[in-house]
Write a protein that binds this ligand. Structure first.
Ligand SMILES: [Cu+2]
Length: 171
């Protein structure tokens, strides 16, 4: 029994070591045009840090987009209303509740979050309807199959360049 425990501990260490050499591993990066804004796009991926880290910035070549921000999409609720960014909260709230199945977009809002926390060993998903890297002022609509580089900046792991492919849905 003792030996089995030791073996499991060793396997655990090996597993933890995999892919953690460069600090943050990036899986399944992809991008698409924003369904809501003609001049915008979004990048999604899975991030996992081997030690606590934070994604603090991202950039792409200016031929792809003029501006890159870290965003989060969330269902609009009372706490977002309190921020008052949109003003006229009462009207917005009612609109959202009336939306029903066809009005889901009306109840979704996104905001700039500036950074994404990456707790050690936890996979953080950037995905439609959640966290994403927003491409603003895109020069031309992204074309399916097109590939481009995004430079990710991590607080501890530093910069990492990742190639993303434009797709209709997650790989
Ligand atoms: Cu966004």
């Amino acid at each position: 029994m003792r030996r089995l425990t030791l073996l499991l501990a060793v396997l655990g260490l090996l597993a933890a070591g995999c892919g953690g050499d460069d600090g943050v591993s990036v899986d399944k990066p992809w991008a698409r045009n924003s369904p809501m804004m003609a001049s915008a796009g979004a990048i999604y991926m899975d991030l996992e840090a081997s030690e606590d880290d934070r994604l603090i910035g991202a950039s792409v070549d200016s031929s792809i987009a003029g501006k890159v921000e870290i965003h989060e999409t969330a269902m609009m609720d009372d706490s977002m209303g309190e921020e008052g960014a949109m003003g006229d909260e009462g009207a917005m709230g009612e609109e959202g509740e009336m939306g029903g199945e066809g009005g889901q977009m009306g109840a979704m809002m996104m905001r700039e979050v500036g950074e994404i926390a990456l707790p050690a060993g936890t996979t953080v998903n950037l995905k439609p309807g959640g966290l994403h890297i927003m491409l603003l002022e895109i020069a031309e609509p992204l074309e399916l199959g097109e590939k481009f580089d995004v430079t990710l900046t991590f607080e501890n792991a530093g910069e990492k360049v990742v190639e993303v492919e434009v797709r209709e849905e997650a790989p």
